[in-house]
Design a protein around this ligand. Structure first.
Ligand SMILES: [Cu+2]
Length: 408
């Protein structure tokens, strides 16, 4: 049938067919997990369905920070021993772009709307903003020795671990103005920091302190800490997970804690010198990278069972590709922001916005469909999405409030 078409029509038909097949493959495939092997200069690609390494991608020297787009691709990898961020396409497992950012980049974080990638450029005392569409650096904020970065889920602020000797601090970057709004002084060097999924608490660790510090996001006060074993590295409260989780390097364990009481619940042994973790399956499973035993432990946190996957030399960061609907189909409007600001949903999903604010808002979609000019406090509005694509919207009352729905 294709033979009877003109060459240009034939090409168009083939492209349409390839696109349809790709869309099918993209929705059917289980999520991938990526592990940066610090001493191999590679990224191991794990198929979470089969639990096996399906590809090994060469990257620049010393892969360190990693972040994946909420839409599932691309993956960004910073290289500590170089001055670049590699961009890896999740479908082909190939580096498709290399972004020059400055000497020794460490932590990475994406804004919730996916528009900007923040890179902690440790060797040049700055955090740069990369426009993810053009891959150009469009802004920067001065932060001494920036290590890891936590984006507040509403996209308003990013908290950065600043490891400047004599001036250890958390630097708080105001995202709209791309400048440091305030700093929180610390007595010991901050290591990692992560917001809980609901944005209420920031969990962070410090060198020489065997506890996770909990910062109240409403007022930046540091309250009661969570006692752990030796050398806790990363702590989080993942969406859907029954417990908070901490990677504790000394004993080599994943410690579960109750976020309400701030007490340990139980610990599950993982590999040697665990470094990082990522949640999968809506918070039921965790992938923990073990820098000292060159593997990844897959932990079922309800059952406490584990399985081990061998990777490359000195695995540090691990991230898991978000699945369809991992973030649900509800958007809350609160404090003059959409939360989450970016939602990835399956085809034919209905998304519901609820105005949980004290002021009226509205929804204006770029495609002009499904909008509402007025959403009073307490009201809800739904729109269903019948075609794959990216749907940008703003508040019709406050156009600086922006959000995005990605339909796969
Ligand atoms: Cu508004």
């Amino acid at each position: 049938m294709i033979r009877s078409l003109s060459p240009s029509r034939r090409r168009a038909a083939l492209l349409a067919l390839a696109g349809a097949l790709f869309a099918l493959a993209a929705t059917a495939a289980p999520p991938k997990a990526w592990v940066g092997n610090f001493k191999d200069d590679t990224v191991s690609v794990i198929d979470t369905g089969s639990g096996s390494v399906v590809a090994t991608v060469p990257v620049a020297k010393g892969p360190h920070g990693m972040a994946v787009s909420a839409s599932g691709s691309p993956l960004y990898v910073s290289s500590d021993g170089a001055s670049v961020v590699n961009v890896i396409d999740a479908a082909t497992d190939k580096v498709t772009a290399t972004i020059e950012v400055g000497r020794s980049p460490h932590g990475l974080a994406l804004t919730p709307d996916g528009r900007f990638l923040l890179v902690g450029v440790y060797g040049e005392d700055k955090v740069v903003f990369v426009d993810t569409a053009t891959r150009a650096i469009v802004g920067m904020a001065g932060v001494a020795k920036p290590h890891t970065i936590a984006m507040r889920p509403d996209g308003r602020f990013a908290y950065v671990a600043s490891q400047q000797p004599g001036a250890f601090a958390l630097a708080v970057i105001d995202i709209p103005s791309r400048s440091v709004a305030r700093t929180i002084a610390l007595d010991k060097p901050p290591r990692d920091l992560e917001f809980g999924w609901d944005g209420k608490a920031l969990y962070f660790t410090q060198a020489g302190i065997d506890a996770v510090q909990v910062l109240d996001a409403a007022n930046d006060n540091i309250g009661a800490s969570i006692a752990t074993g030796a050398s806790p590295h990363i702590a989080m409260q993942a969406r859907g997970a029954a417990f908070g989780t901490v990677v504790v390097q000394g004993p080599g364990e994943l410690m579960l804690f109750d976020p309400a009481t701030r007490k340990a619940v139980r610990s599950i042994a993982v590999g040697k010198q665990p470094h990082w973790m990522a949640a999968a399956d809506g918070g039921k499973t965790f992938y923990v990278s073990n820098e000292g035993s060159n593997d990844v432990t897959v932990v079922d946190i309800a059952k406490g069972t584990t399985k081990t996957i061998a990777v490359g030399n000195a695995p540090r960061k691990v991230v898991v590709q978000p699945g369809d609907g991992d973030a649900g189909t509800k958007v809350s409007i609160a404090n003059f922001a959409f939360a989450p600001a970016q939602l990835v949903v399956a085809l034919k999903s209905a998304v519901t916005w609820s105005n949980d604010d004290g002021a009226p808002h509205g929804l204006a979609f770029a495609d002009g469909k499904g909008s509402t000019n007025l959403l009073l406090p307490g009201a809800t509005h739904s729109r269903s999405f019948d075609a794959p694509g990216t749907y940008d919207y703003v508040c019709s009352v406050h156009p600086y409030m922006s959000g995005r729905v990605v339909v796969r």
